[in-house]
Write a protein of this length. Structure first.
Length: 161
């Protein structure tokens, strides 16, 4: 297996039944299946999908002593509750990406237009388990002063944050 570029963070989506989910990400979002670990019956133990040099893992729910008693669950097992977004920074066309995902049956995205920070984005619950995916594309380089003026917020970066 070829080595992937090193990423600092590697999120994993946890699913009650991960069997077909790596293929859904590939079809809906243009991801590639870069790793697929199955048992003798074809059950997915772990998978990784990659997109533009980054990867997202896919695996089943688990917990217990391995995690110090923590339980890792999908939003589908938590009445749709979630504690995070999955942000994807695009280099390609945002609207085309949305059209491809929608055509694959991955929900109805909400287009958020140009944001004060220079990145319009789409967000939707685009997988059957209820993970919220947000796709964005930088369209402008915006200074902190410009972001503060446009938003009315105080923004700190780097060591001053």
């Amino acid at each position: 297996m070829a080595e992937s570029p090193r990423a600092v963070f590697h999120p994993d989506r946890l699913l009650p039944r991960p069997e077909s989910r790596p293929r859904l990400a590939a079809e809906a979002f243009g991801f590639e299946i870069s790793l697929l670990v199955t048992d003798d019956d074809g059950n997915v133990g772990h998978a990784e999908t990659s997109f533009e040099g980054a990867s997202v893992g896919v695996g089943g729910e688990f917990g217990g002593d391995l995690l110090g008693g923590a339980q890792m669950k999908s939003p589908a097992s938590l009445a749709g509750a979630s504690s995070q977004f999955i942000w994807v920074n695009l280099t390609g066309d945002l609207d085309q990406h949305c059209a491809t995902a929608t055509a694959a049956g991955r929900g109805s995205p909400r287009r958020r237009g140009d944001q004060f920070y220079g990145r319009p984005h789409l967000s939707a619950r685009w997988d059957p388990e209820g993970h919220v995916w947000c796709f964005r594309k930088p369209v402008a380089v915006v200074s902190v002063a410009e972001m503060e003026k446009a938003s009315g917020l105080k923004i700190s970066t780097g060591a001053s944050a």
